[in-house]
Design a binder for this molecule. Sequence first.
Ligand SMILES: [Zn+2]
Ligand SMILES: [Zn+2]
Length: 349
Amino acid sequence: MGTPTSAYAAQSATSPLTSWSIERREPSAEDVSLEILYCGVCHSDIHSVRNEWGGAVYPMVPGHEIVGKITQVGENVSKWKVGDSVGIGCFVDSCRTCAACESGEEQYCENGATFTYNSEDKISGGTTYGGYSTQITVDQNYLVRVPESLPLDAAAPLLCAGITTYSPLRHFGVKAGMKVGVVGLGGLGHMGVKFAKAMGAHVTVLSQSEKKREDAMLLGADDYLAMSDPDVFKKNAGRFDFLLDTVSAEHDLNSYLSLLRLDGRMVLVGLPDPTPVSAFPLAMKRRSLSGSMIGGIRETQEMLDFCAEHEIVCDIEVIAMSQINEAYERMMKSDVRYRFVIDMASMKS
Ligand SMILES: [Zn+2]
Ligand SMILES: [Zn+2]
């Protein structure tokens, strides 16, 4: 017997999202409940709802870019109080004892983190439900604080798009003076540009056509390459220290690797279909190819504080909950600059 909560859910892989009611657990001594104010719309939501990665459980309530205000705290909760502005990202629990959890990399929990939606709910049983809803209850250790200076709506996508791009830039030591290329200019890419720029790098956007050149420069990029130009790979061979590849469509990784200098690294944060990688572009200049998935709680907090310090937020378009199906269609056409954010006040009217 939890708290009845309004939500939007997919009832199957082919049905549109519609209004539905879920139950949230009453906060335990270690829990915090919050009123969800905004939830960003991530490409993963579409993949999950349509069961493109398998393992979908219906009804499914997506959403893992959650920002809200605390409404209730359990008796053992000391670091949060009612009224605090907080965020929840892609996971809401993990084992807390494995090497990954102990080093603050809960997203890589060896026993499997509990993801914010469509994940086995080890506390209440059943399946977790995400942020396309009006409230949520979560353990006090799986929250982050949203700094006061950040607007809550534009901060929501930082919880996935933000940390997904911030974490590899930090982890692999991107710093002032480095030549960084951001491949793809969508929800992830536009954050990659802002972060790499704030870290002092010289930033180039690598996009398919000339279409996004002006946008890239407005976001702070120093240079722009249209990759459909047949000579572009040859002309820019060995140019970059670091490439952040945010593209989820199939593309030839080997060509992109050739753009790295000696010891350069390319990190994949999109999840493209399997692409054969050749040993040659790696071995010839001792290059590295890595992947990265979101970030831990501590690093997510560091990222939010970095955003406050550097006045970074996402570029967003706010929508009502009822516009979500239309928003998915537009995202499939890359028709959003750069993230949709659902205003949960629209669930109340
Ligand atoms: Zn996401
Ligand atoms: Zn763990």
